[in-house]
Design a protein around this ligand. Structure first.
Ligand code: SAT
Ligand code: MN
Length: 602
């Protein structure tokens, strides 16, 4: 991915000052400026093998791939330890933890004093988005974790060109990360250094991120959720664009017509699977542009355009198989960093859902022999793969076009066993924003918490909005206004692939069959079908959904599309209660949508 061709002649003074200042506080043994080169990656990988942080897999089965085993306490995002430290607590809103910026900085400065002792401090310059795109934004992360540096190599564009452009005046986000595990003189290191005390702190006004104590993905790879969503959402509000928790795909119809869609689903709800879909319907194809984050802006043509600011995938391994996501399986052929997966006798990876049979002789994610009768899983449910997008066979050739792609439809979704139909089309943009605002989803293993518990997750941004969620909705409404007056307004849909029957089995086949729903969306965009006007929005006439060859009865399909008024009413009340916590910040237009939804159900 990274092709750092620039030899630095000048290092930007403000970056040097930032590094110097943190070097004084953190007191690392050495400072290394990273350039994203292949050689740098090889050296760090060797170092991590020597230190026992990673183990090579069988090179014949999984070339140049490694497994890392985290501390059992450092396996997911820690939302309870994630803070948005705006100057005014009101700006963080009721959905974020807030501490005053000065207080948080004092706490963290105390903790950071000497926190890198005995370790190397790496300085990693990176670009979110194609380096020369008008939509790209830069950052510099310092970290004492080689695992984080190698992950950044795979996930974002690490390059000296960024420093060169900063010297020329480009702005950048300051990202500070330490695992918070200083080494005393002669003390032996552990495989996965971290600290029981964790802070993932964001300072939206000064565009800074300070992360302490964790080496896990979302807590430690600061360009990802911390920058590209929390800080970027605040930048986007100020600058008139959008930073969203969305996959980005291109669909091509049998007639050869291209469409681009973004879809916001909470973590571990199938964004990667959707982004790499192998459609079951003849003639359709899907090209991958992104699987987690999209930045959207209105282009000169008046259309909403999107880029993927990342350059890699940090995907959930469990459940990924040749059946559910063959493209991901092919992407992971080699050059992949796996975290908290199980390892087979032959030295390859394994996780629940990869094969029906559990192989004999597995080593589990904690590095112990797996006992299949123990009832424990071999891989952690939030086990992950980290891999460059370059390896994805369905990657769009022009995926890093600096202009982005024009968006035809926006999809919201969550994991709901009932209540929410397979697909609903919004009546218009504002109704779509309302649908996004009322998304709820059953909790997954991507963050700490009890799995399965339903929580409201507006726009799949609950853990990622860097400012007040009410203002965020207002920003969405304002973007709609601009699109209406300047150009074309994308359609908005809501989907739910996850309805279950009485036996707890998923009813909708999902994965490649999701093209059936996408096809209906496109046919709606093309004006081919009328729709059912339900209390929740517009749903397909069952005969308009192409279920030819699907393993699904007509009754089951009718059930998937049905709106149960009692369940819908209970859900609306829950959404209402949740949205009321935004008080005066809840936009009038959303209030009006809620009212309208109540009247439709009565
Ligand atoms: O841990 S990450 O935030 O990077 C992945 C996720 O939870 O979506
Ligand atoms: Mn995500």
């Amino acid at each position: 991915m990274n092709d750092p061709t620039t030899t630095l002649t000048v290092t930007p003074e403000d970056v040097v000052a930032f590094v110097d200042q943190w070097q004084d506080t953190l007191q690392p043994e050495a400072v290394v400026w990273c350039d994203g080169s292949t050689r740098e990656r090889h050296e760090l990988i060797q170092l991590m093998q020597d230190q026992g942080t990673i183990e090579p897999l069988n090179a014949e089965l999984r070339p140049y791939s490694f497994v890392a085993r985290s501390e059992p306490t450092d396996v997911a995002r820690v939302e309870s330890r994630t803070f948005v430290c705006s100057v005014d607590p009101e700006d963080a809103g009721p959905t974020n933890n807030w501490v005053a910026p000065d207080e948080m900085k004092n706490t963290l400065l105390d903790l950071s004093e000497g926190a890198m002792r005995g370790r190397t401090m790496y300085v990693v310059p990176f670009s979110m988005g194609p380096i020369d795109s008008p939509m790209a934004r830069y950052g510099v992360q310092i970290t004492d974790s080689p695992y984080v540096v190698v992950s950044l190599h795979l996930m974002v564009r690490v390059s000296n060109t960024v420093l060169q452009n900063i010297t020329a005046g480009a702005s950048w986000v300051k990202c500070v990360h330490t695992v918070g595990a200083p080494l005393a003189e002669g003390e032996e290191d552990v495989a996965w250094p971290c600290n029981d005390t964790k802070y993932i702190s964001h300072f939206p006004e000064t565009r800074e991120i300070w992360s302490f104590g964790s080496a896990y993905g979302g807590n430690a790879l600061l360009p990802k959720k911390a920058f590209a969503l929390r800080i970027a959402s605040a930048m986007a509000r100020d600058e008139g664009w959008m930073a969203e928790h969305m996959l980005l795909v291109r669909l091509t119809s049998p007639e050869g017509k291209r469409y681009h869609m973004v879809a916001a689903f909470p973590s571990a709800c199938g964004k990667t699977n959707f982004a790499m879909m192998q459609p079951v319907l003849d003639g359709w194809s899907v090209e991958t542009l992104g699987d987690d984050i999209a930045w959207l802006a209105i282009g000169d043509d008046g259309r909403l355009r999107a880029i993927n600011p990342e350059a890699g995938f940090f995907g959930v391994a469990p459940g990924t198989s040749h059946k559910t996501n063959p493209v991901a399986m092919d992407t992971l052929w080699g050059h992949t960093m796996f975290t908290n997966v199980a390892v087979t006798q032959e030295g390859d990876v394994w996780w629940e859902g990869m094969t029906k049979e559990v192989p004999e002789g597995l080593t589990n994610w904690r590095g112990e022999p797996h006992d299949p009768h123990s009832g424990h899983r071999a891989a952690h449910p939030n086990a992950r793969f980290t891999v460059s997008v370059d390896q994805c066979p369905s990657l769009a050739a022009d995926w890093d076009n600096p202009e982005g792609v024009p968006i035809d439809a926006i999809i919201f979704g969550g994991r709901r066993s009932d209540t929410v139909p397979l697909v609903v089309e919004a009546r218009d943009w504002d109704h779509g924003v309302y649908l996004g605002s009322t998304i709820a989803s059953e909790q997954t293993a991507a963050a700490e918490g009890t799995i399965g518990v339903l929580r409201r997750d507006p726009f799949a941004m609950l853990p990622f909005a860097g400012y007040h969620m009410g203002d965020y909705m207002k920003h969405w409404l304002g973007m709609g206004e601009r699109l209406r007056s300047q150009g074309r307004v994308p359609r908005i849909f809501q989907v739910n692939w996850f309805q279950k029957d009485e036996d707890g089995r998923f009813i909708w086949p999902g994965f490649g069959d999701n093209i059936r729903v996408v096809k209906w969306m496109i046919e709606r965009i093309e004006g081919q079908h009328s729709a059912n006007d339900t209390a929740l929005g517009l749903t397909p006439h069952p005969e308009d959904l192409d279920i030819d060859g699907a393993e699904l009865s007509e009754e089951a399909l009718a059930g998937l599309l049905r709106v149960d008024p009692d369940l819908a009413r209970a859900d609306l009340n829950a959404a209402d209660e949740f949205l009321s916590t935004f008080g005066d910040k809840l936009p009038e237009a959303i209030r009006a949508q809620l009212q309208a939804a109540h009247s439709r159900l009565d």
